[in-house]
Design a binder for this molecule. Structure first.
Ligand SMILES: Nc1ccn([C@@H]2O[C@@H]3COP(=O)(O)O[C@H]3[C@H]2O)c(=O)n1
Length: 262
């Protein structure tokens, strides 16, 4: 029998300075730090999008990690970039039994967490520029522009194991803001959308983003999950990013793949 992804992550030995990154599909990732602690960002566990929007948002890839399995690893933090169904999954959150970890998210999400009965003491509303921490993890909410669809959307700088990750959330292209990220942070890994839908960057804009932010490594996301809201030509992204950002190592993760960031 195949070892579950959560068990693979739980037993993964990390040397000092390493961080494990596991893609859950769409914009979801589980992160493990070198002290053995975990954070999760934007996991889409259920079929909530299909239930609320219809078949154009039916998930094409099965859920690889159940919320109940995430309970077993004892999260340090749960991050949500904005309230859309494929990033903030109330079915998945309701299924979790672990009530010890805090949520970090924009106010619109925190309000909805309240409606799910998740108390204010566990919820930390963040606006662009706000910083927070949980155990050995440090977070900063950064610029994202998802337009009127999600006016308080954010991205996140995530720090642990001495590494700096940037998850851009859902956002359009903004050269000025990306140059600011480059000036402010030495980013080990950039995670960015390439789907080109609902205002998000497409593959060419995402490749330009990698060039402007100049991270050491980059991973595309938001493709191959929901027919109406994934997309983006991933091969074209890889080709363009390799040409336009030759200093950056651009990686393609399968859903469920665990990558160890050095
Ligand atoms: N018919 C639709 C189409 C889209 N949507 C939501 O719009 C969001 C745009 O960006 P996203 O965050 O990737 O998720 C989309 C849907 O939640 C929606 O709620 N109904």
């Amino acid at each position: 029998m195949r070892t579950s992804i959560v068990e693979q992550l739980r037993t993964k030995e990390l040397a000092r300075g390493q961080m494990a990154i596991c893609s859950l599909g769409q914009a979801g990732f589980i992160l493990k730090a070198d002290d053995g602690t975990f954070a999760i960002i934007d996991p889409y566990f259920s079929d909530y999008c299909e239930q609320t929007i219809g078949y154009s948002f039916k998930r094409l890839m099965p859920c690889l990690v159940e919320p109940e399995e995430v309970d077993e690893i004892g999260l340090s933090a749960y991050l949500i970039t904005h309230p859309h169904e494929d990033h903030f999954d109330p079915i998945g959150i309701r299924a979790m039994r672990d009530t010890a970890f805090p949520f970090f998210a924009p106010s619109s999400v925190v309000n909805q967490l309240g409606e799910l009965g998740i108390g204010g003491d566990r919820c930390h509303p963040l606006r662009i520029g706000d910083e927070a921490s949980a155990g050995g993890w440090r977070f900063e909410a950064i610029f994202a522009d998802h337009g009127e669809l999600a006016p308080d959307a954010v991205g996140f700088i995530i720090r642990a194991s001495g590494r700096t990750i940037c998850h851009m959330g859902d956002t359009c292209f903004n050269a000025e803001e990306w140059a600011k990220l480059n000036r402010r942070f030495d980013i080990n890994l950039l995670i960015l959308p390439i789907n080109g839908k609902f205002g998000n960057m497409n593959e060419a804009e995402a490749a330009d983003t990698v060039a402007l932010v100049a991270p050491k490594k980059a991973i595309p996301c938001h493709f191959w999950m929901l027919p109406g809201n994934s997309g983006g030509d991933v091969l074209e992204f890889l080709r363009l990013a390799e040409t336009r950002a030759p200093e950056t190592d651009v990686l393609l993760l399968t859903q469920g793949e665990i990558y160890v960031l050095e």
